[in-house]
Ligand binder design. Structure first.
Ligand code: NAD
Length: 500
């Protein structure tokens, strides 16, 4: 049982100072045009960490003008690919050097365990920058055979000024997914961070400038969605939009892009991913992986395995063990060693998750463990497990984005395929089986952008990621992401002597 009252002690002092809270425009930290700021909060307590400049339309205009100038007049797209590669590699070295400060800022602003920030996320940021630095001098077009006396080639050119809008759940990883490929291809950027987590991207962007990034190439706006975010999505001088966030907001930005200048849009949106435990699974291993698939990052993953489908033959044993595992989960101050789960991001998400938990109980699912807040301050939630979940319950249909595992029973492969696909989402799926035929059958039948077989959340820089259906459009990471930031120009040269 949880000891809710005494669970959270005095918060540990974060081992970092906040240095940058202004907007980053044209290589300089500046105040918002309106002079306005907003508080960014510590999810452990709800206390203010610092006040951050609040960007709005006018700041987006200034940032776009700087990005436009850096693109149209250089030096960025005009530098050699090798020079751009060197800057990205130097930035990766600086991220690595400042791993601990970046990790501390990330944990302070977001609430995720420091060990996870320091050992997984910052190393991923570094790896992604090195990966895309590697691409910078390997981007080239084709020579195309054509009918007639023509020499035909394609040029792969940067698309221009990229607008990028990111969420709060993995602030620096999302930063890397967006900024890495855009810069490698020679674009310039106006990026808006999530209002909940503005701090780490400002620090990382300062390091990019230290690495030699010219002014105006990367501009960072802290601020809110309907103001700064909408200004980016609808800007006439932004040539491409990359958005990660909820499906609801994805629809809004797509519409804003269409109504303004028809800028191409890539979308990484929400999910309700199935994690399928087959009848031949080793139950202990399946429980551990299903637990990780759902609870990692406080359950705040777009691809969380949030519908745990378990074969009826192993269902009862699975429930008992899943419950025991959730009860063992180490919840507490994310700066403390050995902690698996910190607080949720903010009061809004915290309330939303508790509402879903109440809805699960009211709709007749069995609450195996958890179900309430953890401790009596901040936004901590008890690891929660529901069994006996039915497909039509809200907790099985909507994205909870919290530490709430919903377990559903299935009969056979046909049954689970039909039910796993019965959603508007299509981001990812987990399959746990020893049988290669089962794995192959499920892989082909599931309408999702990623299938993890006997693993989950494997996020190598080279593996593409994105959604089917309402989970998104396009792919990020890997070689596929380069397409988002390149235009193809066909060049047709007559081989005849121009006699006229
Ligand atoms: P959100 O859509 O509310 O916010 C995401 C970003 O969009 C923020 O920067 C926000 O300020 C901005 N925004 C909000 N309204 C806007 C508007 N009208 N115009 C322009 N920008 C606007 O999402 P969230 O709740 O912060 O993030 C969680 C969601 O993100 C979840 O649904 C999750 O599944 C999804 N997500 C998806 C992926 C993925 O790769 N598919 C990754 C992480 C998170």
């Amino acid at each position: 049982k949880f000891s809710t009252a005494a669970a959270i002690e005095e918060p540990i002092k974060p081992p970092v100072k906040v240095e940058h809270t202004q907007l980053l425009i044209d290589g300089k930290f500046v105040d918002a045009a309106t002079g306005k700021t907003f508080p960014t909060l510590d999810p452990r307590t709800g206390d203010v960490i610092s006040h951050v400049a609040e960007g709005d339309h006018e700041d987006v205009d200034r940032a776009v003008a700087a990005a436009r100038k850096a693109f149209d007049h250089g030096p960025w797209p005009k530098m050699t690919a090798y020079e751009r590669q060197r800057i990205l590699l130097r930035a990766a070295d600086l991220f690595e050097k400042h791993n601990d400060e970046l990790a501390a800022l990330e944990t302070w602003d977001n609430g995720k365990p420091y060990e996870q920030s320091a050992q997984i996320e910052i190393p991923m940021l570094v790896r992604l920058f090195r990966y895309y630095a590697g691409w910078a001098d390997k981007i080239h077009g084709l020579t195309v055979p054509a009918d007639g006396p023509y020499h035909v080639q394609t040029l792969h050119e940067p698309i221009g000024v990229a607008g990028q809008i990111i969420p709060w759940n993995f602030p620096l990883v999302m930063f890397a997914w967006k900024v890495g490929p855009a810069l490698a291809c020679g674009n310039t950027i106006v990026l808006k961070t999530a209002e909940q987590t503005p701090l780490s991207a400002l620090y990382a962007s300062k390091l990019l400038h230290e690495a030699g990034l010219p002014p105006g190439v990367l501009n960072v706006i802290s601020g809110f969605g309907p103001t700064a975010g909408a200004a980016i999505a609808s800007h006439m001088d932004i040539d491409k939009l990359a958005f990660t966030g909820s499906t609801e907001t994805g629809k809004v930005v797509l519409e804003l892009a269409a109504r303004s200048n028809l800028k191409p849009v890539t979308l990484e949106l929400g999910g309700k991913s199935p994690f399928i435990v087959c009848e031949d699974a080793d139950v202990d291993e399946a429980v551990e992986l299903a637990h990780f698939a759902l609870f990692f990052n406080q359950g705040q993953c777009c691809c969380a395995g949030s519908r745990t489908f378990v074969h009826e033959r192993v269902y009862d044993e699975f429930i008992e063990k899943a419950k025991a595992r959730a009860l063992k989960r180490a919840v507490g101050d994310p700066f403390k060693g050995g902690i698996e789960q910190g607080p949720q991001i903010d009061s809004e998400q915290f309330q939303k998750i508790l509402k879903y938990i109440r809805s699960g109980v009211e709709s007749g699912a069995t609450l195996e463990t958890g179900g309430d807040r953890f401790g009596n301050s901040g936004f901590y939630i008890q690891p929660t497990v529901f069994s006996n979940v039915k497909d039509d319950m809200l907790i099985a249909k909507e994205e909870i984005f919290g530490p709430v595992q919903t377990i559903l029973k299935f009969k056979d492969l046909d049954d689970v395929i039909q039910r796993a696909n019965n959603t508007h989402y299509g981001l990812a799926a987990g399959v746990f089986t020893k049988n290669i035929n089962t794995a192959n059958t499920l892989t082909r039948a599931l309408r999702v952008g990623t299938v993890w077989i006997n693993c989950f959340d494997t996020f190598d820089a080279a593996i593409p990621f994105g959604g089917y259906k309402m989970s998104g459009q396009g792919r990020e990471k890997g070689e596929y992401s380069l397409k988002n930031y390149l235009q193809v120009k066909a060049v047709v040269t007559s081989l005849k002597n121009p006699a006229w």
